[in-house]
Ligand binder design. Structure first.
Ligand code: SAM
Ligand code: SF4
Ligand code: SF4
Length: 324
């Protein structure tokens, strides 16, 4: 099987595909208050095109596909699409990143479709703070979805929390307990400098500092790196509670050396690095269903994947566009 290897010898076997740039939330760190200018319907890849893309990525050695957005579950037909993806590629790992607001009603079809894992984003357990950070969101449906996911039989469920000083740094311990009690793995993600209006040096807090504010006793001992091919996460286990936690230091300790990922935006543009704004359109070849030209373009594009991601704080980057 062909392999996608970049000029630094990194094997790229993980694709994050955004199925929509739309979202029913406006998280302060991800989008401006008024939202982003959404793509026109015709400018979004159709599901058949995404399936064609996935098949070609798989032929190039991609073994894991994350479906993301925007909020993937606001797109109609998502669970049918995931089932078709699974039927077409029975051996790949399929994962979904979601804000979980609409997850409860979709959890059964997702589990039945054989999705391997879910990443659920949740930044606070406080309803008021939740409303504030998501601007449009309500906490309760998210909590109900998390409970439904926890008993759905889906192999791996992770809770992703963006750490923000002065917002949720004092909730770290509660979030760890909340997730562990449901056999869900909590992971704290360092706030990335993408949305210049919101990010500031003051709101960034490293895991090491947030961990110091915990009240509970017990030490956080490093766990051997899991087989998780998300790459950047480090794991710790508490010596007293037995709780585990993952930490993604996307800022204080970049993990570019082991980077194995590429991103495809909802409009079908290939991005080789989160922090590199250059994009290569693939849509014309998806519409033309031209496998050879498509694979050639992907191979040529990844040759330009930068060795390290440079911080960009120009305000032009929104996760919802890129596919977080
Ligand atoms: N809407 C879905 C969700 O929120 O899970 C999927 C897309 S969202 C862009 C994917 C992830 O990116 C979320 O977990 C979100 O917290 C994260 N994210 C967005 N902006 C971020 C930033 N500036 N720093 C760190 N993580 C960010
Ligand atoms: Fe929407 Fe996810 Fe961005 Fe929040 S982080 S605004 S839920 S895309
Ligand atoms: Fe990969 Fe770019 Fe992120 Fe580094 S900054 S880990 S190269 S996507």
């Amino acid at each position: 099987m062909a392999e996608l290897t970049d000029s630094y010898g990194r094997r790229l076997n993980y694709a994050r595909i955004s199925v929509t740039d739309r979202c029913n939330f406006r998280c302060a760190y991800c989008m401006p208050t008024e939202g982003i200018q959404c793509l026109a319907h015709d400018d979004i890849m159709r599901y058949e095109e995404i399936l064609f893309l996935a098949r070609n990525l798989h032929e190039l050695g991609v073994g894991k596909i994350r479906v993301t957005g925007g909020e993937p579950l606001v797109r109609k037909g998502l669970t049918d699409f995931i089932r078709e993806l699974r039927n077409m590629l029975p051996d790949i790992k399929i994962t979904l990143t979601t804000n979980a607001s609409l997850l409860k009603q979709h959890i059964r079809p997702l589990a039945d479709a054989g999705i391997n894992s879910l990443n659920i984003s949740l930044d606070t357990l406080d309803p008021q703070k939740f409303g504030k950070i998501t601007r449009l969101g309500e906490l309760q449906p998210v909590l109900d979805s998390i409970d439904a996911a926890a008993v759905s039989g889906i192999d791996e469920i992770k809770l992703n929390t963006v750490l923000i000083r002065g917002f949720n740094d004092t909730e770290v311990e509660d979030i760890i307990a909340y997730a562990n009690e449901r056999k869900i793995l909590p992971r704290f993600i360092e706030f990335m400098p993408l949305e210049s209006d919101v990010w500031s040096k003051d709101s960034f807090i490293s895991w090491a500092e947030a961990a110091k504010s915990m009240r509970g006793a017990g030490d956080w001992e490093p766990e051997p790196t899991s087989s998780d091919d998300d790459g950047p996460a480090r794991y710790y286990k508490n010596s007293r509670s037995g709780y585990t936690v993952g930490v993604i230091s996307a800022v204080s300790e970049k993990f570019c050396r082991g980077c194995n990922r590429i991103r495809i935006s909802a409009s079908g543009n290939l991005r080789t690095c989160l922090f590199d704004p250059s994009e290569t359109p693939l849509r014309d070849l998806l519409i033309a269903r031209d496998p050879r030209a498509l694979q050639e373009r992907i191979i040529n594009t990844i040759k330009n994947k930068p060795r390290y991601g440079e911080d960009v704080r120009d305000g032009a980057l929104h996760m919802s566009n890129i596919g977080g």
